[in-house]
Design a protein around this ligand. Structure first.
Ligand code: PMP
Length: 393
């Protein structure tokens, strides 16, 4: 039976990771990986999370099942972090295995509620979006996200969404767009939210980098703008980066549904879908996150740690943009300083990306995406020379 399985497309990032691992050159540089790294190249456990896990270990007296939607206090803490306290009563929430689990659940919920609805994705976007939606049988369309000048393409997006039908779903990156680092500004978010509401389109926000852009409050602000305009929306929250709990698989799908009867119906559907997929969502990481959010001291510690990560990335962005301007004698990389989150695209041609790998052992994904957090202050001057070398040769 198994020999009949089809050939499956290789995951570009996982393939790159394997090539990097097998490269014997000592000065190799991995800019492909999708996790935060500190100045020592480590992806550390946050101190606040470690303390919460310790507390959990000392006090937890059962590992019995929780509920199909996860622990209610996790739901309350995440909803209030993302949307504010007043929205908790208007939102159904299901804990999921990471942000990927939340996106998968969102796709299944849309399939159940609106089987004919198309899901519109930004072009470009995180490749797994299209994969998950196609796997769940959704029809996928694309809208323009980034203009050639490296800014958010509000006009292109609005033009493309003219072909959307009322009830279609529009996926948005809440902040720190992956892979471009290009986000709408506050005015553009307000216009976008009004446009979606007017057209009867449902926002599905992928929130995987909360706190990595302009800070917690500023990164959450667009979600509140969307919630104020659109009667219903979905938010796929990933705690992987924001709390550094990648492998513990912590996420949630929030469904804003102000009508109590509709909200109950939605919660029942989410519980039913979780039941079919895996029954109970993972609890350990969610509980550690809840402890951090509910304890004043741990919350301050976590916020400080998150801010340190955000500031480190912003500093690296400024240094990289300045270094590339000087080394390559072009302003084509200036946008990197203003872009947000872990990722930006260098806008290099495939042959440049290949040469960076072959000649200089610098690994980036085929679309030229780099993980800024994979850099350190020491390697930036060398990297800038190497980019200039492949550009000008
Ligand atoms: N959305 C985006 C845009 C991402 O970059 C990621 C992680 N790379 C995810 C969702 C999923 O994160 P996870 O499942 O690890 O929580």
């Amino acid at each position: 039976m198994f020999s009949a399985l089809p050939d499956l497309p290789e995951d570009a990032i996982l393939r790159l990771m394997a090539l990097y691992r097998d490269d014997p050159r000592p000065a190799k540089l991995d800019l492909g990986v999708g996790v935060y790294r500190d100045a020592d190249g480590r992806t550390p456990v946050m101190g606040a999370i470690k303390a919460a896990e310790q507390r959990l270990c000392d006090t937890q007296d059962t590992k019995s099942y929780v509920g199909l939607l996860g622990a209610p206090d996790f739901a309350a803490a995440i909803t209030s972090l993302v949307l504010g306290d007043d929205m908790a009563a208007r939102t159904a929430c299901a804990a999921t295995p990471g942000g990927t689990g939340a996106l998968h659940l969102a796709a299944e919920l849309v399939a159940m509620a609106a089987p004919g609805a198309a899901v519109w994705l930004p072009d470009p976007t995180w490749p797994n979006h299209a994969g998950i939606l196609a796997h769940c049988g959704r029809s996928v369309r694309h809208y323009r996200h980034a203009a050639p000048d490296g800014r958010f393409d509000a006009k292109g997006m609005a033009e493309d969404l003219r072909a959307a039908a009322p009830g279609d779903v529009v996926l948005l990156h809440g902040c720190c767009h992956n892979p471009t680092g290009i986000d709408p500004d506050a005015d553009e978010w307000a216009a976008l939210a009004a446009g979606l509401a007017e057209r009867g389109l449902l926002p599905l926000v992928d929130l995987a980098y909360l706190g990595f852009g302009a800070g917690l409050a500023a990164d959450a602000a667009p979600l509140r703008v969307l919630a104020a305009h659109c009667p219903e929306m979905l938010i796929a929250v990933s705690c992987s980066k924001t709390f550094g709990v990648y492998r513990d698989r912590v996420g949630a799908l929030l469904a804003v549904a102000p009508q109590p009867a509709t909200r109950e119906r939605t919660a029942a559907a989410l519980a039913h879908l979780n039941r079919l997929n895996f029954s109970f969502p993972p609890d350990h990481g969610a509980r550690a996150v809840t402890l951090v959010l509910e304890d004043d001291g741990l919350r301050v510690q976590w916020h400080d740690e998150l801010e340190a990560m955000r500031r480190r990335i912003a500093g690296l962005r400024a240094a990289l943009a300045a270094g590339l301007r000087q080394a390559a004698q072009t302003d084509q990389f200036d946008g990197i300083a203003a872009q947000r989150g872990m990722f930006s695209r260098l806008g290099l041609k495939p042959e440049h990306i290949r040469e960076l790998r072959d000649r200089h052992a610098v690994y980036l994904v085929g679309d030229g995406r780099i993980n800024i957090a994979g850099l350190t202050d020491d390697v930036i001057p060398t990297l800038c020379r190497q980019v200039a070398d492949v550009l000008h040769r």
